[in-house]
Design a protein around this ligand. Structure first.
Ligand SMILES: [Zn+2]
Length: 247
């Protein structure tokens, strides 16, 4: 019998965001034949003391060095404890995405039962992975799949011209990108949800997960803001991936 994902339920967890409409995301995914349900913020279930210490330890200290904040100061642990409870949370600090994944993983039941449960967590924090230096990411693939909502704004870069103008103090050119507060985030998240679903489908079917080469497909790995506007904001799929994703 070939693997079938018809019984898997996508469990969408995360805190509330001012510009993210969970019910719209759920409606959209249901239209593709998937079961999806909303669960509260996974972090709310955590032991605050333990969580605070672990979060303080996974702070990134230097842009080009892999080591983390192994011996945090009490003031850093206090910050994490306060931030856990105060929604919306502050997001000035960048954490190691893969370590954050491990912290969340421990909160999940049935984590390895792909036939039951595809957890997706929308994070309100900035997460990065290390490849020669730290890069802010939107997606951290694992159990759960993490989508960093601020990562949409700070991960994929704006154009080089934008940075040159900013450096020279020239007012921002008329350039489009996803902003700190942006009503389009829900639409962009639809595209990234496709990546989460495709990741789980590949795992279930024993296939290697690969991004798409088509710049208009949601499964394209956007490195620039202008690419997000084509690939994820439009949240469409190329013919091949549409066939593969739909139930
Ligand atoms: Zn594609």
């Amino acid at each position: 019998m070939s693997p079938n994902n018809a019984d898997s339920i996508i469990v969408l967890s995360g805190p509330e965001f001012e510009d993210v409409d969970y019910s719209e995301l759920i409606k959209f995914i249901k239209n593709y034949g998937f079961s999806i349900e909303r669960e509260g913020d996974l972090l709310a279930k955590l032991d605050a003391d333990l969580f605070a210490e672990r979060m303080a330890k996974i702070r990134i200290l230097e842009p080009d060095k892999k080591h983390l904040n192994e011996n945090p100061f009490p003031v850093e642990v206090d910050y994490e404890k306060r931030n856990l409870k105060s929604i919306p949370r502050k997001k000035g600090i960048i954490y190691s995405g893969n370590h954050f994944l491990k912290i969340l993983q421990e909160q999940l039941d049935d984590i390895f039962d792909l036939r039951k449960n595809w957890p997706v967590y929308l994070s309100d924090q900035l997460l990065a992975t290390f490849e020669a230096r730290w890069h802010i990411r939107v997606m951290i693939f694992g159990f759960p799949v993490i989508i960093s909502v601020p990562g949409i704004v700070y991960g994929p870069a704006r154009s080089r011209e934008y940075y040159i103008s900013a450096q020279m103090g020239i007012p921002e050119a008329d350039e489009d990108y996803i902003k700190e507060k942006d009503e389009r985030k829900t639409e962009v998240l639809k595209g990234y949800l496709f990546q989460a679903i495709y990741f789980y489908k590949c795992l279930l079917e024993g296939k290697e997960f690969r991004f798409c080469e088509d710049k208009n497909c949601s499964l394209y790995n956007s490195h620039w803001q202008r690419e997000i506007l084509d690939a994820q904001l439009k949240h469409s799929l190329c013919e091949k991936h549409l066939k593969e994703i739909k139930i």
